[in-house]
Write a protein that binds this ligand. Structure first.
Ligand SMILES: C[S@@+](CC[C@H](N)C(=O)[O-])C[C@H]1O[C@@H](n2cnc3c(N)ncnc32)[C@H](O)[C@@H]1O
Length: 248
């Protein structure tokens, strides 16, 4: 794991810009397609809340943003990597005109995209029913400030959902998973993306992120209420949720 983690925004944006072309393919390939079920689980939970507005932070190539658009949610995607956003815009147009072409897009509008960091969101207070972050928060250079910004833009009573990788709690499953995650995945990622470090950075960054109860404490520390977490695929990924108080 010995990779030095540099979460400087310029460095992170450059890394994701360099892999933007192969990001989706590698996501699905390296997770054996299971990443789609993690995002689908998130969308199912979001649907229960019937939100009108959502902000997808660290939206990358837009999979979560687009899935929310398909639910008729007025959604904004935000990311620091412009090449990832270019992919998101192209995919959103295709998905949107696909929907409207089938006469199904009446309640949907095209997502809006903003190139900006999570710790300085250029949007007004109390704007969104839901904020999502899919596999992005472990990369943030300024996590505390980002959580405060998210709280600011959420409406009172609004919900933050976070998907993030974790280390499985079960010893045997953790052993199997770690062999793949630490050895096989970085190699395949490097060969396909052509980027030497991005897929070694992935397991290193997961190793430094607070997990499970520790992260729920952090959410509470930054003023979120009712934190919960749900392990996915035996704890390879986790979905966290927490609310902004109604009395803020
Ligand atoms: C692993 S990708 C996740 C993309 C997408 N959410 C998904 O589920 O596939 C992480 C994204 O986080 C973005 N990111 C990293 N640090 C950020 C920050 N401080 N503010 C906004 N976006 C950031 C990166 O540019 C990258 O597109």
């Amino acid at each position: 794991m010995g990779l030095k983690i540099n979460k400087d925004k310029q460095n992170i944006a450059a890394m994701f810009n360099s892999i933007a072309g192969s990001y989706d393919l590698l996501n699905h390939l390296l997770s054996f397609g299971i990443d789609k079920s993690w995002r689908a689980f998130l969308i199912k939970r979001i649907k229960l809340l019937k939100p009108a507005t959502a902000l997808d932070i660290a939206c990358g190539t837009g999979d979560i943003t687009i899935a929310m658009m398909k639910q008729g949610i007025d959604v904004t995607g935000l990311d620091i990597a412009d090449k990832m956003l270019e992919k998101a815009v192209a995919k959103s147009k295709k998905a949107y005109y696909g929907l409207t072409g089938k006469g199904k897009g009446a309640s949907s509008s095209m997502p809006k995209y903003i190139c900006a960091p999570a710790d300085n969101i250029p949007l007004p207070d109390n704007s969104f029913d839901v904020v999502t972050i899919g596999f992005g928060i472990r990369n943030f250079d300024n996590r505390g400030e980002s959580l405060l910004e998210i709280k600011r833009v959420l409406k009172p009573g609004g919900t933050l959902f976070i998907l993030e990788f974790a280390t499985p709690k079960n010893r045997v499953w953790r052993g199997v998973f770690n062999t793949y995650f630490l050895k096989v995945l970085p190699y395949i990622g490097k060969v396909i993306s052509g980027d030497n470090s991005a897929y070694s950075y992935l397991p290193s960054s997961v190793g430094t992120f607070p997990q499970y109860g520790e992260f729920m404490e952090e959410l509470e520390h930054f003023g979120f209420k009712n934190p919960t977490y749900k392990q996915l695929t035996g704890g390879v990924a986790v979905m966290y949720s927490a609310q902004k108080s109604h009395n803020t």
